[in-house]
Design a protein around this ligand. Structure first.
Ligand code: ZN
Length: 500
């Protein structure tokens, strides 16, 4: 090994270990601040996990010289934490209605009031910042935000005060939610890191030059707001206001946590002063806002994802047509042929992933139907994959999304194969063969080829069969010439071929 290699490496390593850190190599954080930023968590919020467990301060950043990576990573987290704290402080400064205590009676009163907003269902509560169900907080599991029983569709929901009072007695820590879309719909203005629905709504109001009407309003424990409105007509054609990130529109039997419940931050959901159902009626969504919430034609297809009626799914999908951007249909094959082709396609190609397998099947079906949307839907509707014992099919939103994605994702080029550049052929040997074929200028040499080409020149009106029959009739060939034979020669010498 040459000497030049090892020393370089060693010097590099030694240099790192022994030298002091040059100012320009110090992370930004240390260049601009001699001390760590002063992070005080005013009204410390123990449930925001990102800064619990991070010890902040110069001493907590060990080995500045050794591991700059670690510092930079720590630095990133610090700034993220500072951002959250600032957001929270700004918010807490604004809002003087965050409650960190509520008596059992007040809780019950609020929950019973909420029955004017829709049927109420019990949710798991939050005890010491942890979900009553006992599971740890994860991306999917949000403490205190899922039903105790009865599932998401609110099968266990009621407006009966006696039942709710009994629930409160039986589950004293329980949270409660109303089912949206029955008696009211909800604009959910969320405040979370990276989201601020309250500010977004203010921007929308400013842009429209109008203000939302006073309506029943709940303050969520995290600083957001729930604005309740009367159920508008044409609910299914509405979505959250366009170009918003922190605003949700709850309308389709989603559960919306009601006042009297405890947020994981330790604050109670509470009606805004003077804006509880006891004080004020539900307002209608104003027209200027509805116009921002109406789905246009291009986004109407998301209506199918909210569709719960599997029977209507196929009519609906047929009506709105193939997803925009999908390929135009090719030659129509009879249903029987498509079905025969589908018999060889495995229904569980990915045994561990049902939806993946379903997608694959739908994808192949789209190809075999040559991208005929109506045929695709028709055959899918009758397909055995929908009757598998472990299937997720039967849920309209699931099938709609699988069908549309598979159809849109289908890139098979059955249309105008001649127009596709040979280089685009996904099969390299085939591409080479085609290229050779293109470049071919040879003249026929075998007696059969010569005879076939000559006859075609004289009689371009004859088809393969006709040529074969005429040549056989001359009796000058030992072996009979078949139609396939002629076809092969026609293809091989197509640069000489005349069409009649
Ligand atoms: Zn839970």
């Amino acid at each position: 090994m040459s000497e030049q290699h090892i020393p370089t490496m060693m010097y590099a390593r030694m240099d790192k270990r022994t030298s002091s850190v040059h100012p320009s190599t110090q992370p930004l954080f240390w260049r601009h601040r001699r001390t760590a930023p002063d992070i005080r968590f005013a009204g410390a919020n123990p449930t925001i996990p990102i800064y619990s467990g991070i010890h902040v301060g110069p001493a907590s950043v060990p080995g500045l010289n050794d591991s700059r990576n670690l510092i930079e990573r720590t630095e990133g987290v610090l700034w993220a934490a500072i951002g959250i704290v600032e957001t929270l402080e700004r918010h807490h400064g604004n809002s003087d209605n965050v409650l960190d205590s509520m008596t059992a009676d007040e809780r019950l009163k609020n929950i019973l009031l909420s029955t004017k907003l829709g049927p109420v269902t019990p949710y798991y509560g939050v005890v010491n910042g942890i979900c009553e169900c006992g599971k740890p907080k994860t991306e999917k599991h949000k403490p205190g935000k899922h039903p105790r029983s009865g599932g998401w569709q609110g099968k266990n929901a009621t407006t009966d005060h006696a039942t709710i009072t009994e629930w409160c007695r039986r589950y004293p820590q329980s949270n409660f939610a109303i089912i949206a879309g029955v008696q009211s719909v909800v604009l959910d203005l969320d405040i979370r890191p990276g989201k601020n629905g309250v500010a977004e709504m203010e921007q929308i109001e400013a842009a429209a030059g109008k203000q939302l009407p006073r309506t029943v309003t709940a303050l969520t424990g995290s600083g957001g707001k729930h604005l309740y409105f009367a159920v508008p007509p044409g609910l299914n054609s509405l979505q959250k206001p366009k170009n918003t990130n922190g605003i949700d529109f709850q309308r389709n039997r989603q559960g919306v946590i009601v006042p009297g419940s405890l947020h994981e931050s330790g604050n109670y959901y509470n009606f805004a002063p003077g804006l509880s159902p006891a004080d004020i009626e539900l307002a209608d969504l104003p027209d200027w806002l509805l116009s921002l919430m109406r789905k246009d034609a291009a986004t109407t297809r998301t209506a199918t994802t909210g569709l719960n009626d599997i029977g209507k799914l196929f009519d609906e999908l047929l009506k709105i047509g193939p997803p925009p951007g999908s390929l135009p249909p090719g030659r129509l094959r009879p249903d029987e042929i498509v079905m025969r082709k589908m018999k060889t396609v495995p229904m569980r190609k990915y045994p561990d992933n049902r939806s993946h397998s379903d997608s694959h099947w739908a994808w192949t079906l789209a190809r075999n139907c040559c991208h005929h949307w109506d045929q695709y839907l028709r055959i899918w509707k009758e397909s055995p994959i929908r009757k598998l014992p472990d299937t997720k099919c039967g849920r309209a939103s699931y099938e709609a999304s699988i069908l549309e994605k598979a159809f849109l994702d289908q890139k098979q080029q059955w249309k105008n194969p001649g127009k596709r550049p040979v280089e685009d052929t996904p099969n390299p040997p085939l591409a080479k063969y085609m290229r050779n074929l293109e470049a071919r200028t040879e003249t026929p040499r075998s007696p059969v080829s010569i005879a076939v080409v000559q006859l075609n020149y004289k009689r371009p009106d004859l088809d393969d069969n006709g040529i074969a029959r005429m040549l056989n009739a001359t009796g000058q060939f030992e072996k009979p010439i078949t139609r396939e034979h002629v076809k092969h020669i026609r293809y091989r010498y197509r640069h000489l071929w005349r069409t009649g």
